[in-house]
Design a protein around this ligand. Sequence first.
Ligand code: 3PG
Length: 399
Amino acid sequence: MNSITKARNLSGKVVLVRVDFNVPIKKKKVLDDFRLVASLPTIQYLIEKGAKVVLMTHIGRPEGKTVASLKVDPVVERLSELLKKKVKKLETGNWKLSDAKKVALLKEISKLRPGQVAMMENMRFSKEEAKDTGMLSQELAALGDVFVLDGFAVAHRASASVSGIPKYIKGYAGKLLTTEIVGLTKVLHNPNTPFVAVLGGAKMETKIPVMRNLVERADAVLIGGGIVNTYLLAKGYIVGDSLVDKEFQVDAIQYCKRKNVIKPLDVIVGTKDGKKVRVVKIKKNPHEICKKGEAIFDIGPETLRLFATYIKEAKTLVWNGAMGYFEKKPYDVATLTVARLVASRSKGSAFGVIGGGETLQAMDMVGMTDDIDLVSTGGGAMLEFLAGKTLPGIYALQW
Ligand code: 3PG
């Protein structure tokens, strides 16, 4: 992979930059500009080099339809504020452009001044964006001289504007993409030990491949959330209405039985409204943990103490996924405690990496995001990287 900082003579060149500005928007305002801020170093670098910067992003999953609430205008507005210069919106719509309109777009782009920034409409308004083998990849490539992928969060999608364009023009890694890959590669291939991973959350289909890879690499994998519930169910415990994924019971047993997988000693059981809550110890032989109408909503205090001993010794720390239903008190205790523990150990004693929507949200809730070494902008992308998969966007940058 070649970093954009290695590219020569960018002045006056049209640089197409695929970012991931898939951010929450409400009433035409960006609610969280974290991903915009994360790509500023790349955009600013290109401005300084005098490039004509053309940004592309997706927002949401409109799947080829034009959805007014998913237009890029609020992002263009917020980015203009952050850059302290006006970002020009290119009206590329759903990419069903007549030849005359394509020529006009090309002219509009070539007329950009060196250092000027423009942005196309939501790439997913085009049906063609979903694949990297169609005409859209070529059409986009024809608009620029150089391609940069900076949206690590979308690098796992084989899309026209992600892995399609660099099939036709030279592709470079942006500064954000480089930072994320360097950090995550260190974790996987050269971690300082003890390497401790904390895995929680709900979506088993994304967590199991990560477990498969990390149990081979980490000294300890501490588990919470849906993985634990599914494992307990698979072992024959009665888990009431707990969030489980029945399809992954065999995998849960296969990976959780590993010695370096640290399983909860106790859990918090209760009703969804958080009114009736109790601690249940997990005994060796399967037993009833909770009845229907109740569920496991968090890991328990003894477990938290045990997890803390591992986190406090770690030299490399990766955390993805909530330990429980942290949106509701009192089920937020373990997730917020893990957030504090991971942050306190990071930037100094350990190299700390976090990623995923709810993980970032929890870290934000304890106000310690700045204490983390690498806050990944990618949820799914980070998990696929940690699972050892080849990400199409990164693969496409090799030349
Ligand atoms: C994300 O938010 O994880 C990325 O923007 C990718 O979005 P997607 O899962 O809709 O492809």
